[in-house]
Unconditional design. Structure first.
Length: 98
């Protein structure tokens, strides 16, 4: 199972989810979409990922995620959830890959 962290306020979020869902289905993976638009919601999303025992996480493109890289990376590392980030800066700051 993989999780996708998205900001529902992003006008491209629905299209991004559709693309990732299509790819997940082709790979035989279940996708869990978690909405989060601020730091508190991001923490709640990580708690949900832990409860659902996701194997990996993909961060959707959103300016709000670009502004919180340290928090997002720290949560992923603390919970041991491998993550793919949309920006190189996340990988440079300690994220797994972009």
């Amino acid at each position: 199972m993989i999780a996708m962290l998205i900001n529902p306020d992003n006008p491209n979020a629905a299209n991004d989810v559709k693309d990732v869902q299509t790819a997940a289905q082709k790979l035989g993976l279940q996708l869990v979409v978690l909405n989060s638009g601020n730091e508190r919601e991001i923490e709640a999303a990580f708690a949900a990922m832990v409860r659902q025992r996701v194997d990996a996480r993909f961060v959707g493109i959103s300016a709000s995620f670009g502004n919180l890289p340290d928090s997002i990376i720290a949560l992923a590392n603390r919970h041991g959830i491998p993550a793919i980030y949309p920006w190189r800066e996340h990988a440079v700051a300690g994220g797994l890959m972009s």
